[in-house]
Design a protein around this ligand. Structure first.
Ligand SMILES: [Zn+2]
Length: 359
């Protein structure tokens, strides 16, 4: 079996589109025909070498996507040929298969982890696959692999946000927007069921007007352009001087992490860091804020349990409780992946998806 893949061959190099040969399936792997892949900041960090030394170059990339199972390898019980699946880096049930190496025509090797999604066909570990129903479109399903479960999971699983509580989201990439989408879903359900309307303040902060207007479209009650207004002062005005119940940092900027921490209320306000800093960078906080009861934590994929949470988000989408469509800015064919990456780095609002061309 052959695959067309976008391969990282050097730091800060454009990805190379190459034809690779897939080896036989190992124990616990399934062969997937990839339909769509998202592009995450995580891959941009890999391309730019921000995660430290990369011993695996040349390697494939990508960790959120959707596709169809073509073949199930030895001991795979979770999926069967023909199943539609979400591809996710977050480990779920099933066999944790060893990583894969693909072969070039000249016999040299291209490394791959347990999951890769920037390619037309991939051998993927069973525990990175979650079956979805026939009703779920593969395009939106690709979002369920990383951005949506991380952002929504922060709100549901980490913050356990309740109706009427306030949330500030700093940085409106895929994770930040997904956090707003989930908070707005919690808020809407409350308004339907509770006549004593107690709306949540859902505050979106960014420096990009397109992203701020997308945040309003998907449910932010307030937006702050941090180039125009001071986010902390504005959040204090909105929350009558108290600060928010929860702040999510999804910009991956040290100074913004510090702001997010300061924006939460004393006595239990929780700041959740979802962004990553380049290796070695640190942040500083005032310990007296901790004494006053502000809290700060990180998150691992929104504490997502893929086998429970991904079907839950699928149901929310199929019942129109959350609309994932505005999160997709544009779809590029695989051979234009470098253009998609450039546009993403320019700061376009919403996710870029890659559509795999048939091999
Ligand atoms: Zn990701």
């Amino acid at each position: 079996m052959k695959s067309i893949a976008a391969v990282l061959t050097g730091i800060n190099e454009p990805l190379q589109i190459e034809e690779l040969l897939l080896p036989a399936l190992k124990r616990g792997q399934a062969l997937i025909e990839v339909a769509y892949s998202g592009i995450c900041h995580s891959q941009l960090n890999e391309i730019h070498g921000l995660k430290g030394e990369d011993k695996f170059i040349p390697h494939t990339l990508g960790h959120e996507g959707s596709g169809i199972v073509l073949e199930a390898g030895p001991d795979v019980a979770k999926v069967r040929p023909g199943d539609r699946v979400v591809l996710t880096w977050i480990k779920g049930m099933g066999y944790d298969a060893a990583s894969t190496q693909y072969l070039r025509k000249d016999g040299t090797v291209v490394n791959s982890g347990a999951i890769s999604t920037f390619l037309t066909h991939a051998n993927i570990s069973e525990n990175r696959l979650v079956p979805i129903t026939e009703a779920m479109p593969l395009k939106e399903a690709a979002l369920l692999g990383c951005a949506l479960p991380t952002g929504a999971g922060i709100v549901r699983n980490r913050a356990k946000m309740q109706p009427g509580e306030s949330l500030a989201v700093f940085g409106l990439g895929g994770i930040g927007l997904s956090a707003i989408l989930m908070a707005s879903c919690i808020d809407k359900r409350n308004r339907k069921s509770d006549s004593a309307d107690n709306p949540s303040a859902i505050i979106a902060i960014d420096i990009n007007e397109d992203k701020l207007s997308l945040a309003r479209e998907i449910g932010a009650s307030h937006t702050i352009n941090a180039l125009v207004k001071d986010p902390i002062e504005t959040i204090m005005e909105i929350t009558s001087g108290q600060g928010v119940h929860y702040a999510v940092e999804a910009a991956g900027i040290g100074a913004v992490m510090e702001q997010a921490f300061r924006s939460v209320r004393d006595e239990g306000g929780l700041c959740i860091l979802a962004g990553n800093l380049p290796q070695g960078e640190t942040i500083s906080i005032d310990p007296f804020d901790l004494i006053k009861g502000k809290q700060i934590v990180g998150t691992w994929g929104g504490e997502t349990d893929p086998d429970k949470d991904i079907p839950f988000y699928e149901k929310l989408f199929l019942s129109n409780a959350v609309n994932l469509k505005p999160l997709v800015h544009s779809v590029y064919p695989l051979y234009q992946i470098n253009e998609a990456i450039k546009n993403m780095e320019k700061g376009q609002a919403g996710r870029c998806l890659i559509r795999m061309e048939p091999a």
